[in-house]
Design a protein around this ligand. Structure first.
Ligand code: PLP
Length: 384
């Protein structure tokens, strides 16, 4: 009987014990039990983000957190201007939010597959003194590429600009150090590296960001961060939270704490490196010039039909991978390495890809991708 495996960069696979935890009978959220649980998850989020700042949990997908961060730090009409850095669909979303709320903004539009360049940002901030805020995507899921947030944060500091980071496919997968790097607001969602169903969004908010937020009047009602901070003082939320997911979150964050972030970062990177070695051995091209370890984008060779490839992977082998977005739709497939996905899941998706590409007439030696991946694993055997 076929097994279902999800390799999409969100949603991702959810561990069985976490699913069972969420299947327990509904509990009311205005109780001491809920507040106890919420207190624990908030502390564990501090570990996840590596911050002593405020960790907030919103009910909504990751976009809710991004919108809340931008609109509360840069309320329209208060003289703020945002530089939106983007080289992919998700980065573009933060510029769309500025436009939707009439927040003045400029765009640093760079090539898909590359990371945002700190020296370009430096120049843009030097040339436009009105810019006081940056939005940057740490791991651009759509182009499977990485930006150097630590270096970008130094540039932002030099110009006194606030840094808001979309870490939706970064935190819990690749190194993220919110306090050490001096990031003002960093946010994520539940359905990517946190291996939960969609429906929760999280923010780490620094003291410097609160100074800005407190000076604004609060342009949002539902995702008003000041209300979330006020409720958090009592380990509570302003409105009905998705408490079933918060129960799952408790389970997931305990697992992450137990395994340790260093180990998680290592294993995510190991699976990404094995996949990249397999791609080269299968005579395929990597999409990104600056590849990220949470998701791998693969350029399909001429003659391979992308929708047929993905459909075959799903129907024949129960494996779901993602296609490309925007102008790379139909040309690229993406495989996630985040969360509940181990080295043997990684080998399984490589072998299925080999079989399907072989069937579609792409010239490769069957087993070449697997051998290359196994070689990477063998080199790290002691640490696996
Ligand atoms: C998935 C994703 C988003 C959008 O998050 P939603 O949870 O769909 O709102 C934004 N940014 C990045 C980098 C993502 O991977």
């Amino acid at each position: 009987m076929k097994k279902q495996r999800l390799f999409t960069p969100g949603p991702t696979m959810v561990p069985e014990d976490v699913l069972l935890e969420m299947a327990r009978p509904q509990q009311h959220h205005r109780t001491a039990e809920f507040r106890e649980m919420f207190k624990e998850v908030t502390e564990l989020l501090g570990y996840l983000f590596q911050t002593k700042g405020t960790c907030l949990t919103l009910t909504g997908s990751g976009t809710a957190a991004g919108e809340a961060a931008i609109v509360s730090c840069c309320p329209p009409g208060k003289g703020h201007k945002v530089l939106c850095c983007h080289g992919g669909k998700f980065g573009e979303r933060w510029a769309e939010i500025c436009a939707a709320f009439d927040i003045p903004h400029a765009k640093y539009d760079f090539e898909w597959g590359s990371g945002a360049k700190p020296d370009v940002i430096d120049k843009m901030l030097a040339e436009d003194k009105d810019i006081d805020t940056l939005t940057v995507v740490h791991s651009e899921t759509c182009s499977s590429s990485l930006s150097d947030i630590e270096a970008i944060s130094k540039v932002a500091k030099k110009h006194g600009a606030m840094l808001i980071v979309d870490g939706i496919t970064a935190v819990g997968a690749i190194p993220v150090k919110v306090d050490e790097w001096g990031i003002d607001v960093y946010f994520t969602g539940s359905q990517k590296a946190l291996m939960l169903p969609p429906g929760l969004a999280f923010l780490a908010v620094s003291d410097a960001a609160w100074t800005r937020i407190d000076a604004g009047s609060g342009h949002q009602y539902y995702n008003n961060l000041k209300k979330f901070r006020k409720s958090l003082a009592n380990n509570d939320t302003p409105y009905t939270p998705n408490n079933q997911l918060i129960r799952g979150l408790q389970s997931v964050l305990r697992r992450i704490r137990e395994e340790g972030l260093e180990s998680i970062w290592f294993h995510t990177s190991l699976n990404a490196r094995a996949t990249r070695a397999a791609i080269a051995a299968m005579d395929l091209q990597l999409f990104a010039a600056d590849p990220v370890d949470s998701v791998t984008g693969i350029v399909l060779p001429e003659g391979v039909d992308e929708p047929v490839l993905r459909k075959t992977m799903r129907q024949k082998f129960g494996m779901q991978i993602a296609g490309g977005q925007g102008h790379i739709k139909g040309k690229v497939v993406r495989i996630s390495h985040m969360g509940y996905c181990d080295s043997f899941d990684t080998l399984s998706v490589i072998s299925a890809l080999e079989l399907v590409l072989h069937a579609q007439g792409h010239k490769l030696t069957l087993g070449a991708g697997l051998a290359a991946a196994q070689t990477v694993f063998a080199e790290s055997y002691e640490k696996m």
